[in-house]
Every structure is written in C-alpha cells, then in structure tokens.
Design a protein around this ligand. Structure first.
Ligand code: ADP
Ligand code: MG
Length: 188
C-alpha cells in the first residue's frame, strides 16, 4: 500500500505524459514480483498505472549484441504497462530503478537472471540520449517480449512489420495480469 502523499488515484492526470514500461522477472516468484512492481509504480508520486497487458512467458534471450542468443536462467514472465505521469523522464526512471532495487535486483552481469527488470520503453514522443537513459528503449524493437504485450495495450504504437520481425521468437500468453489491488483503476 502507498503511504503519505503517494496514495493512488490522487493524481490529476491533466497535462500528464503517457509512458510505457516493460516488466520482466525470471527468479523466485516472478508473477508476484511483477504484481508488486505494478503496485509500487502506482505509488510513485504524480503517477498512475493506466493499463496493464496480459502476462507472458518467454525463454531468456540476449539481444544487446545486435543479434539473438540464448541467455542463462529460467523462463521470464513479462508484461508491459502504461503509466500516466507528471514526472520528467529522468525522475520517473529514478523511481523505476529504486523499485528494481527494492525487489532485490543485483546487476551482476549483462543478461543475468533477475528478480525484476523495468525498462522505460517510451515517454510520450520524447527522444532522450543521456549516459544512463535512452528513450525509446534502444532494444525494444528486437524483443517479442516487449512488442507483443505493448501492441496489446497500444495497438497504434507497433506496426505489423515490427511484429513480423520478431514473430520467430517464442512467446506464450499466460493470462490476464493479476487482479489490481485498487479495483476499477487498472483495466487489464
Ligand atoms: P536490459 O534491460 O537491456 O536487459 P539492464 O536492465 O541491465 O539491461 O540495463 C542496463 C542499463 O541500461 C542500465 O544501467 C540503464 O541505465 C540503461 N538504460 C538506458 N536506457 C534505459 C531505458 N530506457 N530503460 C531501462 N534502462 C535503460
Ligand atoms: Mg533493464
């Protein structure tokens, strides 16, 4: 539950930016990790979780080298959520990284199994290239586990060609996102 000023539903979304965040976890109780991450995002100041995709399951995949290679570890549970936020992109990203840390994320090595991965895919139409934050996320178009949940909640943001380019990657829809702790506020 949120505390103090961060109670959900208190944010007047006028002038807010829609941001999309990809969630992934493949250690421990991954479904619970994603559910708790959504609750935590709903507690971020000036930010509401607006939409949640279904949950998906995918094999670990390394796409950072430009190609595709199997990565170590158990299958991932993935989802994408839409946020309405009054925060700047760097401020929102600070919160996403804090939520990753709270979930016990250790950055041991690239593509290592993780308790929680939160990637900021899109922040409105913004283009950002700083040392720590690149938006749109530079590898999102290479990943079915991003594009398939994203197109589910934002069909206009992903083209048929982009989906076709990752169609060979195996992704299984598990079912709807686990029920919201705030009934009526998060369709999905
Ligand atoms: P990946 O999510 O690609 O598997 P990591 O989660 O380990 O990789 O992130 C690696 C680095 O990517 C982080 O140090 C972070 O600062 C940087 N990064 C740059 N842009 C973004 C973004 N849009 N979303 C998430 N991380 C980003
Ligand atoms: Mg990440």
């Amino acid at each position: 539950m949120c505390t103090g000023a961060n109670l959900p539903g208190r944010f007047d979304a006028q002038g807010a930016v829609t941001a999309y965040v990809a969630l992934g976890a493949n250690l421990g109780d991954a479904v619970t990790a994603l559910r708790q991450a959504v609750m935590a995002m709903n507690c971020v100041p000036l930010t509401d979780v607006h939409q949640t995709s279904s949950l998906y399951q995918t094999a670990p995949l390394a796409t950072d080298s430009g190609g595709e290679a199997a990565a170590p570890g158990p299958d991932y549970i993935n989802a994408v959520v839409a946020l309405e936020t009054g925060l700047t992109a760097p401020a929102l990203f600070d919160h996403l990284q804090r939520i990753e840390q709270l979930a016990g994320r250790e950055r041991s090595y690239r593509n290592a199994p993780r308790t929680l991965d939160l990637d900021l895919l899109l922040y409105g139409n913004a283009r950002i290239e700083s040392a720590r934050l690149v938006v749109p996320h530079p590898r999102m178009l290479q990943r079915a586990f991003v594009l398939v949940p994203l197109v589910e909640i934002a069909p206009d943001l992903v083209s048929a060609e982009q989906l076709g380019a990752v169609a060979h990657q195996v992704i299984e829809r598990l079912g709807p996102f686990p029920v919201s702790p705030f009934p009526g506020r998060m369709p999905g």
